[in-house]
Design a protein around this ligand. Structure first.
Ligand code: HEM
Ligand code: HEM
Length: 224
């Protein structure tokens, strides 16, 4: 029996803000480091903001709304294989959250961004006397090695972002399912009410404030 479809709230405001701020800030990181946008100090500020966003997303993945919880969308190999067999089907999936492959790609993106930020904090460019705030704790050779990782991992991150956007476009064009509209407006077309629980905005504001404070304390008091 074909069930009627409806529009249901899927992504809460904090998750959507997290996503689009992260995407904008990553663009800023490329602009400042590769295309000479503004001053490199904005690369550092952008990096701190990304670190705060990541910390927030980790907490939101445990304490936040159902659709943001890692426990809901990180699935085992069985579910991933079963999903892969349906990938070619030219019809919407109506998944109330990240699908099993999407869940792992979210984790890969988050881990790659985390590595990029952490190496950035310890990176340095001797010729320009430009050093991340924590680089002073390390020897020159270690700074050099970490900077190499920062320079290499940017390519991994770019590749993951390209695959991510292609995956979203695959849904749009092949499966005729607009995931972008859901990440923008929050509502997705689903077969039935997924009965998700949504965490309060107050909790998100407190957690975001704590994350911003922790990053500020780190780059203020641990800088060397
Ligand atoms: C720097 C670029 C980007 C990064 C690092 C990024 C990262 C992410 C992450 C981490 C998530 C998981 C969201 C969460 O659960 O918190 C996500 C989901 C999503 N992103 Fe992006 N994103 C980027 C750019 C884009 C762009 C340009 C689009 C639009 C074409 C897009 C569309 C989406 C959509 C539709 C989802 C939800 C997927 C689903 O329904 O499972 N992203 N992205
Ligand atoms: C997700 C966050 C970040 C992204 C996407 C990013 C991206 C980049 C890119 C694309 C470059 C140019 C690399 C090259 O020349 O090949 C770069 C260089 C650099 N970044 Fe970041 N970065 C991030 C975070 C940070 C943070 C948090 C810091 C320090 C607070 C930092 C410090 C540096 C420094 C010192 C350089 C110059 C070293 C060099 O030229 O390789 N980055 N970054």
């Amino acid at each position: 029996m074909k069930l009627p479809n409806g529009r249901f709230l899927l992504w809460d405001v904090p998750t959507r803000l997290f996503h689009w701020l992260l995407a904008l800030l990553i663009l800023l990181q490329w602009g400042t480091a590769e295309w000479h946008w503004f001053d490199m100090k904005w690369h550092f500020y952008g990096g701190y903001a990304i670190l705060a966003l990541l910390l927030f997303r980790l907490l939101w993945g445990v304490l936040g709304s159902d659709s943001a919880r890692f426990s809901r969308f990180v699935r085992g190999p069985g579910a991933v294989l079963a999903y892969l067999r349906t990938l070619h089907q030219r019809e919407p999936e109506f998944v109330a959250g990240h699908n099993p492959v999407g869940g792992w790609s979210v984790l890969a993106l988050l881990a790659c961004v985390a590595l990029q930020v952490m190496t950035g904090l310890f990176s340095g460019e001797e010729d320009e006397a430009l050093y991340g705030p924590l680089a002073g704790w390390l020897s020159d050779s270690t700074i050099h090695a970490i900077t190499e990782v920062h320079e290499f991992n940017k390519n991994v991150l770019l590749a993951l972002i390209i695959v991510h956007v292609l995956g979203v476009l695959w849904h749009l064009i092949v499966k005729r399912e607009n995931l972008i509209a859901a990440m923008l407006g929050g509502r997705a077309t689903l077969r039935e009410d997924p009965k998700l629980r949504f965490a309060g905005l107050g909790l998100a504001i407190v957690l975001a404030g704590m994350c911003a404070g922790a990053v500020w304390a780190l780059v203020t008091y641990a800088a060397r």
